[in-house]
Every structure is written in C-alpha cells, then in structure tokens.
Design a binder for this molecule. Sequence first.
Ligand SMILES: Cc1ncc(COP(=O)(O)O)c(C=O)c1O
Length: 394
Amino acid sequence: MADTFRSAAALLSHRSPVDPVVCLRPHLIKVRARRMLDAFPGDVLYAVKCNDAPEVLRALWEGGVRHYDTASIGEIRAVRALLPEARCHFMHPVKSVGAIAEAYYEHGVRRFVFDHADELAKIVAATGCATDLELFVRLAVPGEGALLTLTGKFGVGVEEASSLVRAARTYAREVGITFHVGSQCVDTGAFARAIGLAAEVVRRAGPVDHLDVGGGFPAVYKGDEPRFEAFVATIVEAVTRHGLSCRLQCEPGRALVADGASVLTRIELRRGESLYLNDGVYGNLAELKWVGPQFPLRLVRPGRTVDHRLVGFDLFGPTCDSIDSMPGPHWLPADADDGDWVEVGMMGAYSNALKTRFNGFESDRMAFLEDAGWYLKDPSRPEAPRAALHARAA
Ligand SMILES: Cc1ncc(COP(=O)(O)O)c(C=O)c1O
C-alpha cells in the first residue's frame, strides 16, 4: 500500500526518494468520474488500458463507474478480481477464441466488438451460439481534430459496417455501432461527423440498439480544450438531428483520469537548456513526447525559493536510446538544476500504464497525495509561454 502525503513537497521532505514517483490523487478521480457520469446521457465505460493501477480502478468505482472497456482477458481478469460487480465489455475488435470463451463463460461478458466477418464467426462459435450476445461493429472514422489518431488499424467503412450490422443481427440479442475519433480530440465536430457516418450505417442496415461514441475526449492540459460537457452537447445534438433512437455509451480513458496523478522526476544533469531526467519515454513520461510539450510542470524544491524567470527546456529520459527525448519548450524556472525535482502534472493517463523496464530503469513507486491538483488551480490556464505560470515552485 502506497503512503499518503499532504503534497509532493511533503513527500520529498519525508521520504527522500531516489527514483521517480507516480503521485495519485484518488479524490480528484472520484470527482471527475461523478462529473462525467452526471453529464453523459448513457453508460460511461472506463477504458482500462489508460491506467489499470488498482488504486485508479478503485477510485473510479467509488466515483460511480460501473462499466469497463476492457481490451484483453488480462484486463477483464484484473477488473473482476478487484471489483467483482463490475461489468466488463470486450471492446477490442480482434480477440482469441480462448479469451472470448473465458470472458463469456467466466466473467459474464456479453458485449463484444468486431470489424470482420471471421471475428463475428469466432465470437459466435466461442460462445456456443449464445442467444444473449450484444455485438458492436467498429466503424472507421476520420482522425481529424485528434492529437493521437487511431485510424488505420481497426474499423470498417460505412458499406462494410452496414453488412456486418445485418450479419450480427442474425445472432445477437442487441446490436450496436462503435467508433473512436482519436485520442485528445479537441474538435467537438469530430464526434458530430462520426455520428453522421453511424447514421448512414443505420439508414442502410436498419436501426441499432446502441451507439458507442468511444473515447477521445481531451484532458485539460493547456486550458483551452473544450470541456466534456461541450462534447456531450454536440453528441446529443447530432444523435437527435439524425433521428437515432438508441442507447448511448462512451469509453473515456484520458479525460477521466488525467488529472488524478502527477509524476515526480529528478534532474540528473543540466546541460544548457537541456535537462536529463531520471524518468522518460520508456518510463512514465511517454506522453511528453507523443502528445508534446503541453503538460503543466513545476519545480518542487521544499524550503528554497526558485527563479521566477522561465526557460523552455528540452527534456531527456535516462535510457541510452535517442527516442528517449521530449523536445520542448517545457517551461520551468530558469535556475532548474541537477538534484531538483520536477512535478509533471496531468499524468494520470497513459503514464505508468506504458512504463517499461528498458535499460534497467525500473521504478514502481507510487504515493497518494491529498492536495488539490495544483495544475488545475488557475482558471485562465493560458497557452505556453504563459502556461509557464504553472512552472512555479511548490
Ligand atoms: C477502443 C478504445 N476505447 C477507448 C479508448 C480510450 O481513449 P481515450 O483515452 O482517448 O479516451 C481507446 C484508446 O486507445 C480505445 O482504443
């Protein structure tokens, strides 16, 4: 069980850690979950891949989340072991026969996704031609507006999706359509356009019981991202405009848990405007590279002042691989130096979940922090370089 501290500064003062620490704030996850559940007119499934730490899953449950988007039998086992009442849905379009059978017979999973006739046949066979299946067809949609697109791997076009929906209806108790607009999508219109494509499938194949609008809702890293409620308004408007009368669900990962954790990492070397950290792309900080320099940062230097001038640094992780670099500008106080600790905010999503042991850099340290997410305090949350207002000392 991880220890609890008032703040990152208290953690550093009491524990003097050497390795990076993932700092969880379950109270923020609970608040965020309640807010998203209240706002969305349907089921909210948590995308477990985003952060499967038991502490995170438990906080979401306490916040009211009951449905889980699970992508592997390992995720299903883990969720059910921790939360026996949880409802898991197998939302990965490609699964093994063994995984489907175990999910169906041992974990009560009824909702499965597919995007190919052979996968449909596999699900039907693995569940013994069950009559209580809920089968969702994954529709391909453009990735415009998303920072990380999910196009090209899963999903089929409108025509193929229509014939798969018809085929699914032969076997399924309920049928649905699902899509994913891409992660950290800041364009509400992307959901409206995707719903337009789903409506076209319905026009061709007849009504469906469910529409799953996926994940992709942005976390508030910079401050100017549209809020979840704005996406919900767009989704409801588009569903109404297209005359779709079906149950709605969504599968957020990032937007649910991003503000529930930060990462503490130490500067091992400063070379000009480059900082070499003890955590990086192969550790908890992959998103600083793939999403880019938009995460709020601050120096945690208990009892000592920091320079108020800010510098846009490039960051480097500890491994020998040159992929392990996180080009800036990452704004931090101008006097940031060897031995200082940096707290990277908004790190609840795709951080510890992506961590590897590459190059022998391994740290599983976690702590609970009781403070508010400092990175959310300033309501103006302006863009860089003014976002560097957050790059202050703890
Ligand atoms: C099928 C599916 N649903 C939901 C998610 C969660 O997406 P996000 O974290 O962008 O909300 C993902 C992410 O890859 C996904 O593949």
